[in-house]
Design a protein around this ligand. Structure first.
Ligand SMILES: O=C(O)CC1=CCC(=O)O1
Length: 96
């Protein structure tokens, strides 16, 4: 199943800088491992915001929830999820 996900990050100003640096590094490693696995298909920065649009390709809602709630930045994020399905007018022969 494909999902469009918007993640807005809001790291509190009073978080110690070393802790913020560590969480951001772990977030990058976590994200890149999932990208290599094919489950995190796209990640795009939203211009002008500490936010991204991502596309996930996962088995079901439960797997998406497990992935998102495992994000090191999860507690500092607002996340919006939109389930996607193939459009009947799409000319692609796959869901790429
Ligand atoms: O910087 C972001 O948009 C938050 C984020 C999600 C995965 C990642 O590497 O950074």
């Amino acid at each position: 199943m494909l999902f469009h996900v918007r993640m807005d990050v809001n790291i509190p100003n009073d978080l110690p800088p070393a802790e913020a640096t560590d969480i951001i590094a772990r977030e990058k490693a976590y994200s890149q491992e999932l990208q290599r696995s094919g489950k995190w298909r796209h990640i795009w920065r939203i211009a002008g915001a500490y936010a991204n649009y991502s596309i996930f390709d996962v088995k079901d809602n439960a797997e998406l929830h497990e992935i998102l709630s495992g994000l090191p930045l999860f507690k500092f994020m607002h996340i919006e999820v939109t389930p996607l399905l193939r459009h009947p007018s799409s000319i692609r022969d796959d869901d790429s």
